[in-house]
Design a protein around this ligand. Structure first.
Ligand code: SF4
Length: 355
């Protein structure tokens, strides 16, 4: 059992205000403290409008974050930063900051490892660790804010596309989205948050009831069950036609277009047949297709298509009347596919961390 102090963001607004009152401090100090967290404060001592004795008491009772950065990797001439964090108990997760001209996006992790086990994915290769708590998800964003504010930039978008299946850690993910969007905390509009899923239909339906209006992304990768059963094993439980029906139900409820993600694997899912099947599945729907050229993962049998192959498949999908974009291949040198930095560090590191 850890004897470490709780992380400040593991307390709710109510709990923190109760703590403040019990330490003879007014409840409004909670808002001041959250405002500092939203600016990426790295210590309680930075919180200058909070009296010094209270800052010391806070420091004695709480940690500013539970995440410990253990490896950082840069790519794209500093535009992409991937950080590997150790969690309480020893598991680790990755988060990636991507800087663009008009925005900064954080790719966030919701689980240490992933139980889905897609065969092309670095995260799916190592054993599942555990679900993250809501504050551990939010702390990744606070650390990104800290990093970006030092450069005069703001964190504007968050995508749940890092390690893990967000819908398999549903309650913590929803709570973290509420906290990310809380105007008293990070104030990131849910419209700028993307939750991606391999296809847990009951949770997609539940998400539609939340009145959150986040963007839903489906990790599709194949439009026929026979192939998707292999690439995304959860398809055996939730077949592709049912998945698309559920996702489109979400689109109708929220008036938000669903993004269908398609990792391009050379010779596997980049043929004319695949494009036609995708057209049949999505034509006329509130849908957008996002093609992601595969980032090779050691120990998997899959290859990345060359540029001409990506262009050709894009044209084939466009010819089906679908909206399609190709995601840029950010961070290739930063161990970019989710789980790759974790894998490299764990290989180089001894002893391996287990809880
Ligand atoms: S691709 Fe996503 S759902 Fe599949 S194993 Fe990797 S992290 Fe999990």
């Amino acid at each position: 059992m850890t004897t470490e102090a709780p992380a400040i963001l593991s307390t709710s607004a109510k709990e923190l205000e109760a703590w403040l009152l019990s330490h003879k401090a007014p409840a409004y100090r909670r808002k001041q403290l959250w405002a500092w967290m939203a600016r990426g404060a790295a210590s309680f001592d930075e919180m200058r409008d909070i009296p010094k004795p209270l800052r010391s008491e806070l420091g004695g009772s709480f940690r500013i974050t539970s995440l410990r950065p253990i490896a950082v990797s840069q790519a794209d001439r500093g535009l992409t930063t991937k950080t590997l964090y150790e969690l309480d108990g020893g598991h680790s997760v990755e988060a990636v900051v991507m800087r663009y001209a008009d925005r900064s996006t954080l790719c966030i992790s919701s689980q240490a490892g992933c139980p889905i086990g897609c065969p092309f994915c670095a995260t799916g290769k190592f054993p599942f660790g555990r679900n993250l708590k809501a504050h551990e998800i939010v702390e990744q964003a606070v650390d990104a804010v800290r990093m970006l504010s030092a450069e005069g930039k703001r964190l504007s978008h968050v995508v749940f596309m890092g390690m893990g299946e967000p819908m398999a850690n549903y309650q913590a993910v929803i709570e973290s989205v509420r906290r990310l969007s809380d105007p008293e905390l990070l104030g990131i509009s849910p419209r700028r948050v993307v939750i991606s899923t391999s296809g847990l239909i009951p949770r997609i339906d539940q998400l539609g009831q939340e009145k959150l209006a986040v963007t839903l992304a489906i990790s599709l990768h194949a439009a026929r069950d026979e192939l998707r059963d292999v690439l995304v094993p959860i398809n055996r439980k939730y077949p592709v036609a049912d998945l698309v029906a559920s996702a489109q139900g979400y689109a109708e409820k929220t008036s938000r277009r669903v993004s269908y993600e398609w990792v391009l694997l050379a010779g596997v899912n980049d043929t004319e047949r695949d494009a036609k099947e995708l057209g049949t599945l999505l034509r006329g729907k509130r849908a957008h297709v996002n093609l992601i050229p595969f980032n090779p993962v050691e120990g998997t049998p899959y290859q990345a298509p060359d540029r001409a192959g990506v262009r050709r498949f894009r044209e084939l999908v466009e010819a089906q009347g679908l909206n399609v974009t190709v995601r840029d291949t950010r961070g290739r040198e930063a161990d970019a596919a989710c789980g790759q930095l974790h894998e490299r560090v764990m290989r180089e590191r001894s002893p391996v961390h287990v809880s």
